[in-house]
Design a protein around this ligand. Structure first.
Ligand code: 5AD
Ligand code: SF4
Length: 454
């Protein structure tokens, strides 16, 4: 979601004639924007480190506008620190007023002009000119914001904002506010326009898409599956994905759509967080191990071959060795296609940060490594099962390490419906198209193959 917010910020600036620059140009650029994440502590640390470095850039380039935004700005202890100790920050905005950013920037320039561009301590003392606006919650959903997409052929689409779940470890409900769904008509129109602009794949975004509740003036209340079926009617749209889905309210209706809706990709990200019922309870996840495993069984029955990924937190407060081993056993049972594994990170303001029995870092790390080994075994075997198959791959671009093969072809990569990364040799005109690729080899994180005729 933060990534998509960055695309929107970039899109709004592009509409006003700005162009992107590289980090190396920081001494000559007009604006630097840091869009922050507060999900875990290391993001916080990096933010203040980067902000510190910008002081130098601001000394060399006093006209620079240093702008900060994102989830961290929704936390008072963070904005308080910026206001007190980082006078070179010019614009502060939050997750609920991204759309106001261009106007806030203009306000900054107006303030500088009006107040005479005074230079203080060789540094333009931004405190005097600073534009600082944060709202505690979203008042209304602002539509029709432009976005600078990373890929021409695929796009994120917000379908809802915020979260009502209050998992005890998680800061998101505090930084993103309560759930609010976009109207289905607006989403459908956005997707139609994206397809006209060349998009073949959309990823629908929400903290918990399963609780999407759209209101259509014509047909009343829509749930998430209604939205998927309606979007699947978009001519020219090839693929629909979504992120993220909470196991507690994943409906049979959605599971059925996995089996029957051709455009809905055979892939689901289904965060489990822990395999232990007692930990899940302390996390306030509202499902247990048995019901989660039952969901996985139903999904695999409805959509054979579907890829499943997950999020797992290691070292939640009070996690015993036995509780952790239940997570290991669950990972072994499910055999995920992939998983994001995290060390528990206490977030100020969340209930779990106050729990007793915080787990020492060394134990967290040891458990983490044991879990990653099991996850990787699962990924490796799930990937190996693709060897010999021919997959439809939406080609993203040249592979990271650009190389030219024997016949002058370039190394490309893309994703199968199951979100598997595939490397293969091809030509530039394949980028953005769906190409049939025969899989010849696999490893833990990717597949390798060759393009075959359709
Ligand atoms: N510590 C560690 N991981 C966390 N996540 C959310 N909050 C925390 C935290 N405090 C993880 C969860 C979530 C993913 C986006 O980030 O696994 O699904
Ligand atoms: Fe955080 Fe839980 Fe909401 Fe996901 S569902 S954003 S983990 S509170």
């Amino acid at each position: 979601m933060n990534e998509h917010d960055s695309e929107i910020i970039s899109g709004m600036l592009a509409a006003r004639g700005y162009t992107p620059a590289s980090a190396a140009e920081v001494d000559v650029v007009d604006i630097v924007i840091i869009n922050t994440c507060s999900i875990r502590e290391n993001a916080d640390k990096r933010f203040f480190g980067t902000l510190g470095q910008l002081k130098k850039a601001k000394t060399k380039n006093p006209d620079l506008a240093v702008c900060v935004c994102g989830c961290m700005m929704q936390q008072e202890q963070i904005t308080g620190k910026i206001r007190r100790s980082y006078p070179w920050v010019d614009v502060i905005f939050g997750t609920h007023n991204i759309h106001e950013f261009p106007d806030m920037l203009q306000e900054l320039y107006d303030n500088r002009k009006r107040k005479g561009n005074r230079i203080d301590n060789k540094l333009r003392s931004s405190k005097e000119f600073r534009v600082d606006r944060i709202y505690e919650d979203r008042r209304e959903i602002v539509e029709e914001l432009p976005a600078n997409r990373l890929f021409a052929h695929k796009s994120f689409v917000n379908i809802m904002y915020g979260c009502n779940n209050f998992c005890t470890y998680c800061i998101v409900p505090y930084t993103r506010g309560r759930e609010q769904s976009r109207d289905p008509e607006n989403i459908i129109r956005e997707v139609r326009d994206l397809v006209i602009d060349g998009v073949k794949e959309v990823t629908l975004l929400g903290q918990n898409v399963n609780s999407y509740k759209g209101i259509s003036p014509e047909s009343g209340q829509w749930d998430f599956t209604d939205l998927i079926w309606a979007l699947s009617e978009t001519p020219g749209l090839e693929r629909i994905r979504f992120m993220t889905s909470h196991p507690k309210d994943l409906s049979d209706k959605l599971i059925d759509a996995f089996g029957r809706c051709d455009k809905l990709c055979n892939y689901i990200h289904l965060p489990v967080q822990s395999g232990s019922d007692t930990v899940l309870k302390r996390m306030n996840r509202k499902y247990d191990r048995k019901s989660y495993l039952e969901l996985v069984r139903k999904i695999r029955q409805a959509a054979p071959g579907i890829a499943i990924s997950t999020d797992i937190i290691v070292g939640f407060p009070g996690e015993t060795e036995e509780e952790f081993e239940e997570t290991l056993a669950l990972a072994q049972d499910v055999r995920y296609d992939s998983a994001f594994t995290f060390l528990y990170s206490p977030r100020q303001g969340t209930p779990a940060a106050e729990y007793e029995d915080q787990i020492p870092e060394d134990i967290k790390h040891r458990r983490f490594n044991r879990l990653v080994d099991i996850i990787n075994e699962g990924s490796k075997s799930r990937n190996a099962a693709f060897v010999g198959r021919t997959c439809r791959v939406l080609v993203d671009g040249p592979a990271r390490k650009q190389s030219v093969s024997e016949e002058g072809k370039i190394l490309l990569n893309g994703r199968t419906e199951e979100f598997k990364l595939v490397d293969f040799a091809g030509s530039e005109d394949m980028i953005g198209r769906i190409i049939h690729v025969k899989i010849n080899d696999s490893n833990t994180f990717s597949l390798r193959g060759e393009a075959v005729n359709d």
